[in-house]
Design a protein around this ligand. Structure first.
Ligand code: KG4
Ligand code: ZN
Length: 337
């Protein structure tokens, strides 16, 4: 085939991800995660993540190639997350990608992590509608993007002004003595709870922007739990989880749909680790249907950080005939979209 075979490398946070795609076809998605090493700290420790990437890089590349049934010699281009993310962690992926590109004599494409979260959906649902709106929610980011073209034109509409949505899930899970990362634990606990039992604040709900704020919510939940404990009363964990989760997904879906309507866009993409949340998926579906908007959510493994998303965006850039990056490509922890 004349579709490019692209190897993608992702190391912006705690997952070493290596993916292989041909055009829009996913051939391999290998992941090594250091999440267990961070669990006892209750959050990702940058230095631990960097060291883990270094150890996992070569074996994960080898695993992806063998999963895809190809060799390095077959690869047409190398794509890598250049930012945003943890500086030291990004550096490991960028250095490895440069070494592969230089050694193989193949072009190197530095890509934006957020745009890659959008591009990955093409591996599951085919070409992205142009334009679409993307809601990206994870432990590191909470952004609304207008995407006329994922290869060349991705525009920020809004972002969190404090904590990311996933970060709020993780912090509230800690307050409730659930595990890390907290999102899946809250999701599970909330199924047994009453989301209307407690009314938690919805930050920036009616402010007319596409920005988010979750730090006030997190503090409100912590205060509510503390006051119960001080009074010697039991904490209804399932109800707190459900009410907190509802406050987050209510704001996320409301603003995402407003962004679609205001921009005359009829397709909404939701991605990032928090897109695995069952209540977010259900409420987004319900509100999209009511608004005549089509919802696209990749399967959970493609929503969390992975190498396939980087390869997917790399293939898009190659396909669009865009210029490769120079071999002095910097890792940029605050790379703008
Ligand atoms: O995209 P991701 O794997 O890594 C980055 O942060 O970039 O996202 C991880 C985040 C964590 O904060 C985790 O708690 C959250 O996604 N998460 C969830 C769920 N599964 C993962 N949050 C809510 N509900 C879930 N089911
Ligand atoms: Zn991410």
């Amino acid at each position: 085939t004349d579709q490019p075979l692209v190897l993608g490398i992702e190391t912006s946070c705690d997952e070493t991800g290596v993916g292989v795609v041909r055009g829009h076809t996913l051939l391999a998605d290998a992941i090594a995660s250091s999440v267990d090493e961070h669990a006892r700290f209750g959050g990702v420790v940058p230095e631990v993540a960097s060291r883990a990437h270094l150890e996992a890089m070569t074996p994960t590349v080898d695993r992806a190639l063998s999963e895809a049934g190809v060799t390095l010699a077959d690869v047409d281009a190398i794509a890598v997350t250049a930012g945003p993310g943890l500086a030291g962690a990004l550096l490991v992926g960028v250095a490895a990608a440069k070494a592969y590109a230089l050694g193989l004599g193949k072009p190197l494409y530095g890509v934006n992590h957020l745009a890659a979260h959008v591009a990955v959906d093409q591996l599951e649902h085919g070409p992205l509608p142009k334009p679409c709106v993307a809601l990206l929610v994870s432990g590191g980011h909470s952004s609304l993007l207008l995407v006329p073209d994922v290869a060349s034109d991705v525009r920020p509409l809004g972002a969190t002004v404090d904590d990311a949505a996933g970060e709020a899930f993780d912090k509230v899970a800690r307050v409730l003595d659930l595990g890390f990362p907290g999102g899946p634990y809250i999701d599970r606990a909330a199924r047994e709870g009453d989301r209307a039992s407690i009314s938690f604040p919805r930050g920036k709900y009616e402010d007319g922007t596409y920005d988010f704020s979750f730090s006030g919510l997190k503090t409100a939940v912590a205060r509510w739990v503390e006051s119960r404990e001080r009074a010697g009363e039991p904490v209804p964990v399932a109800d707190v989880a459900a009410a907190f989760q509802e406050a987050v997904v209510d704001v996320l879906t409301k603003k995402a749909i407003a962004a679609c309507k205001d921009n005359g866009v009829s397709h909404l993409l939701v991605g990032g680790g928090v897109a695995a949340n069952s209540r977010l998926r259900a409420l987004a579906q319900e509100r999209c249907e009511a608004a005549g908007i089509q919802l696209r959510v990749p399967r959970p493994k493609l929503c969390t950080d992975n190498g396939a998303m980087v390869a997917a965006l790399g293939a898009e850039l190659v396909g669009a005939g865009l210029k490769p990056s120079a071999l002095d490509l910097p890792a940029d922890s605050s790379l703008p979209i």
